[in-house]
Structures are given as structure tokens and as C-alpha cells.
Write a protein that binds this ligand. Structure first.
Ligand SMILES: [Zn+2]
Length: 553
């Protein structure tokens, strides 16, 4: 009778070495007068599947030597497999297809595998082995979890850290100072507003290794740099962060601050489409906000505003935008309010300059402080109080800090000329609200429209209607040119009637001399209104992008 032998060394349980297995298996074959045709060995392979390299070679061998080989001998059944269902299927298959009996060294050679008791005994052995496998798996998972809970970093150290060869106190990574200054720079530059692409280009030149378009994003989101270990949700525990054993490269506060910035950026990208400035502002007569979308025309895509409830309403975006802009150009301020606004803008310019001066002073102060620090460092180095590596590390840190300080105030390119230039746009010629609108971003645009019309602006066949217009702007309604664009509506005709009567009374009251008290209230209203217009303009001046690109156009 002939046999093939199969030995498997598990990576997790190395108590039964390959040599030991071979001795026992050879001895078993000798005792039972089996001639060994071949011995197959798998080293450190999984017990869960049969897709182990040498096991596959063994099956091949059995196939080729059909009827020449009667036995497959293993030390015990858990060498063969720990996967209960697969093991039983495999055994049955080998027996049926090739007439090969799988036998372990603790079973008699003349074992009758068709006996139900033998089957039960074997199935039970596999059952135990399978259970053990599950235990090992769970233990590994719990082990990882446990290590993480203790703040231990597992796996390959990320850029900026090095793995410690022999873990000290469970700490597995330590700062690699020749790389960590790059990590610091990435965080500092991002906080200062430098775009990720620009940061990436710069740090690659400094020796940063990670390529790929997400490399900087991945660094910014990695809690390891803040000395934190993230523990994913497990069973009934939710996701959490624990303090790591290793030293952080950046502070935890900075890390969370940057996570906030990253989250906001993502949000902004998906929201507020500059191409549909009127979405969310203008209503269908039914009261629903109009939505916007693109429709494919003959040659290109066209923008349309639509009502979800009224498919027949379909207003070309271009028409709507043009009419709305025309309307805003017609909405002006009365002479005395224009004067008030100009005074207010003059003050604004002073305020902005004062702010900018403060910022410049702060910058100079910080730079001077840094220079002091560098000087002290040099002295210490010369006096041999610090090592070369500490000296270089500090030098790199100072360099990053310097860049940070410099870029901080470069965010606002506000100088006197710049501010004056922008404000002149609003002062020169006649003031109208289109001047503010066209230079606003989408959020500001929405705010501006709400300031004038509250939430009542509706598109009703060729004309805008509103239940409300700011009282200081109501004089505009008398202009003939505005009547074709805007109608101040009321909820129903009866109300219109009443409204007209009220207006009439108001007009008569306005014509008579107002009391001292009334004048005072009126002044407060004027001031409040001019203040909010000034605030809009201040925002426009402050946003750098617009200062550079289109404010002056
Ligand atoms: Zn509708």
C-alpha cells in the first residue's frame, strides 16, 4: 500500500514543528507498512482554506497517481483543516474520486470510514478544531483592540515616524525628526490657507515621500500626528480616539481645528452653486422655491428655473438673471441715504486700515520674537549646550514658524490703495444694489435679496412680485422703469384696496411735518439700514479673491 504525507505548520501555533510531524508520520507509515511516495509541507499557511500551495500540489499528485496511492497521512486532523464543513467535504471527495483515505496518526490503519461511529468521532474532532480557530481569530481581534486601547500604534509607521525595533513600554513608533518638520509644515501651511496642491509641490522638494493626489489630505486627516489612535466601532462600542503612547508632532487642538476646516470645505463644494444664484430665493406663485437645472438644447445646455409642483413653469435662467440684475440696477438709495453711506464707507476704510495696521504690527512682533529665539539657539549651540541634531531640528521648526507668520497676514492683501480702490467703486456714480450683488458670493447674494424683499420674491409671468420691500427702498416703486419689472403685491384684491388706503394715509402723514419723536425713529432706521449695507461692502473688501479678480471690474 502507498501513501502521501501532508505536514502543515501554523503561523499562530508553532508547537508542532514540521520535523516533529514528519518523524511521527514516517513512524506511523513504517509501523503500518505503508510506502511513502511523497511528503508535502506547508509552512505558516492558513488552516481555514485548502488553497495552500503545497496542499494543491498534493492534490495534483494524487490525481496523477490515481489508484497508485491509497492513503493520505496527517499527524492529526487539525493539520488537515480547521474548517469543519470544508474538511468533511474534502475527505469525502478524496475517497470518492481517487479512492484515497485521509487518516491521522492516532487512528488505526484499518479504520472503516464508512462506519457512522467513525464519522461521528471525526466530525467531532473537526468541530473542536473549528472552534479553536474561531477562538484564535477572536483573540487576535481582541488583542489588536486591546493594544489600541492602550494607545499603541500598530503597523508601519507613517511618514514622520519610525518603527521602534524592540517596542519600549509598548510604544512602537517614535518621531523621525528628519521627516517630522515636513509634517509640521504641512499642517501649518494648510492652516495659513495655502492650497493643498501648492503644499504638496513644496514638500516633495523637501523630501516628502507620498505622491498621489490625496497625499496631503491623508496627512491632514491622520490622527496619529496629534498623538491619537482611532478605534473603529466594534460590536456595541462606538468609534473613539484614545491618547497614544507616542509623542505627537502637532497639538490636538490644531488637529481638530483643521478637521473642522476640512469638513467645511467639503460642505461648501457640494452646496451653493454659483451658476444658480436665484435658486432658493425666488418662488413660484404657489409659494414653493423654484429649483434650477440644466436642459440639453440643440447645441448646448441651457439653465432653467422650475417648480417641482408645476411642470409647466419653466423659466430660462438667462432671462431670469438678466431681469433680476436689471431690477437691482434700478433699486437705488435716496440722496440723503447715499450721503450717509459715503460717510459710513469713509469710516469703514479707516477701520479696515486700522485692523490691517494692527495685524502688521502683530506680525512684526512675532517675527522679532522668532529672531530672538533663533539667536538664543545659536548661542546655546556655540556654548555646546545642545547637540547638532537638536539644533537642526529647532532650526527647521523656526523656519516653518516663520513661513506661517509671513503667510498669515498675506491672506489679506489690504493696503490703503487697495481699500480705497474698492470703496471708490461704491462711491462713484449713482449707488445701486447691483453694484453690491455682482461682487458678492452666493451666500451674500442671498442675504442681500432677503434684506430687500425678505422671503417674498416671486416670479409671476414676466414680472417679479413681492409682498414686501424694505420701506427705505419703497420710493423706487414709483419709477416708471421699475413698474415693468416689479409689482408690490398683496395677498388678495380686498387687501390691495385696503393697502392703497393705508398708503394714502401714510402719504398724507408724510406730507405733514413730522414730530421730533418720529424723526428720531426714522433716523435710527436709516442708520441701521446703512450699517447693514456697509457690512456687505466690508465683506466684499475683505475677501481677497474678489479684491484680486473682479471687484474693480
Ligand atoms: Zn409652483
Amino acid at each position: 500500500m502507498n501513501a502521501v504525507c501532508y505536514l502543515r505548520l501554523s503561523s499562530k501555533d508553532q508547537s508542532k514543528s514540521l520535523e516533529y510531524q514528519e518523524t511521527i508520520v514516517r513512524d506511523y507509515c513504517k509501523r503500518n507498512k505503508l510506502k511513502i511516495l511523497e511528503v508535502f509541507r506547508d509552512n505558516g499557511e492558513s488552516s481555514y482554506t485548502f488553497k495552500r500551495n503545497n496542499y494543491l500540489a498534493l492534490e495534483d499528485f494524487i490525481k496523477k497517481h490515481k489508484r497508485k496511492c491509497q492513503y493520505l497521512v496527517v499527524l492529526d486532523h487539525d493539520r488537515f483543516s480547521r474548517n469543519l464543513p470544508e474538511a468533511l467535504i474534502k475527505i469525502a471527495e478524496l475517497e470518492r474520486k481517487y479512492d484515497v483515505k485521509v487518516i491521522s496518526t492516532n487512528e488505526p490503519i484499518n479504520l472503516d470510514t464508512s462506519d457512522s461511529d467513525v464519522f461521528m468521532k471525526r466530525a467531532f474532532e473537526y468541530l473542536i478544531a473549528h472552534r479553536e480557530l474561531l477562538t484564535i481569530k477572536n483573540r487576535t481581534r481582541l488583542g489588536i483592540l486591546n493594544a489600541k486601547e492602550k494607545g499603541r500604534f500598530l503597523g508601519k509607521a507613517p511618514f514622520g515616524y519610525t518603527n521602534i525595533k524592540k517596542p519600549f513600554n509598548d510604544q512602537t513608533i517614535e518621531i523621525n525628526s528628519s521627516q517630522s518638520f515636513i509634517i509640521k509644515k504641512i499642517f501649518a501651511d494648510f492652516e495659513a490657507g495655502v492650497p493643498q496642491k501648492a503644499i504638496h509641490k513644496e514638500v516633495l522638494a523637501l523630501g516628502f515621500k507620498n505622491r498621489g493626489s490625496n497625499a496631503i489630505n491623508d496627512i491632514l486627516r491622520n490622527p496619529v500626528y496629534a498623538g491619537l489612535i482611532k478605534i473603529k466601532a466594534f460590536k456595541n462600542m462606538s468609534e473613539k480616539y484614545v491618547k497614544a503612547l507616542h509623542e505627537p508632532v502637532i497639538s490636538e487642538t490644531d488637529f481638530w481645528l483643521i478637521q473642522n476646516v476640512l469638513a467645511k470645505k467639503q460642505k461648501r463644494k457640494t452646496r451653493a452653486n454659483e451658476e444658480f444664484p436665484l435658486r432658493g430665493i425666488i418662488k413660484c406663485p404657489c409659494g414653493r422655491n423654484l429649483t434650477a437645472g440644466w436642459t440639453k438644447g440643440n447645441r448646448k445646455y441651457y439653465l432653467y428655473y422650475k417648480c417641482v409642483d408645476h411642470p409647466s413653469i419653466n423659466i430660462p435662467g438667462e432671462t431670469m438673471h438678466k431681469k433680476f440684475e436689471e431690477l437691482l440696477k434700478k433699486i437705488t438709495l435716496q440722496k440723503y441715504l447715499v450721503d450717509l453711506l459715503n460717510t459710513s464707507l469713509l469710516n469703514l476704510s479707516d477701520e479696515l486700515l486700522k485692523d490691517e495696521n494692527k495685524r502688521q504690527k502683530e506680525k512684526t512682533r512675532q517675527l522679532r520674537q522668532l529672531k530672538e529665539k533663533t539667536k538664543k539657539l545659536d548661542q546655546k549651540f556655540i556654548a555646546d549646550q545642545i547637540s547638532v541634531s537638536v539644533y537642526h531640528r529647532c532650526r527647521e521648526e523656526f523656519k516653518t514658524e516663520k513661513k506661517h507668520i509671513e503667510s498669515m497676514s498675506n491672506n489679506l492683501l489690504l493696503d490703503k490703495v487697495n481699500i480705497e480702490n474698492v470703496l471708490t467703486v461704491f462711491k462713484s456714480g449713482r449707488f445701486n444694489f447691483y453694484k453690491v450683488y455682482r461682487r458678492s458670493d452666493i451666500q451674500q447674494k442671498h442675504l442681500l435679496v432677503r434684506m430687500i424683499f425678505k422671503d417674498y420674491l416671486t416670479w409671476d409671468q414676466r414680472v417679479f412680485t413681492s409682498l414686501y420691500i424694505n420701506e427705505l427702498l419703497q420710493f423706487n416703486l414709483k419709477k416708471a422703469s421699475i413698474k415693468t419689472l416689479l409689482v408690490l403685491s398683496s395677498r388678495n384684491n380686498a387687501a390691495t384696496d385696503l393697502n392703497n388706503r393705508i398708503k394714502h394715509i401714510e402719504l398724507r402723514r408724510a406730507l405733514r411735518k413730522s414730530t421730533h419723536e418720529e424723526t428720531k425713529i426714522k433716523c435710527q432706521k436709516d442708520e441701521k439700514f446703512i450699517k447693514s449695507v456697509t457690512k456687505f461692502i466690508a465683506e466684499i473688501v475683505k475677501s481677497r479673491d474678489k479684491t484680486e479678480k473682479n471687484v474693480l471690474s
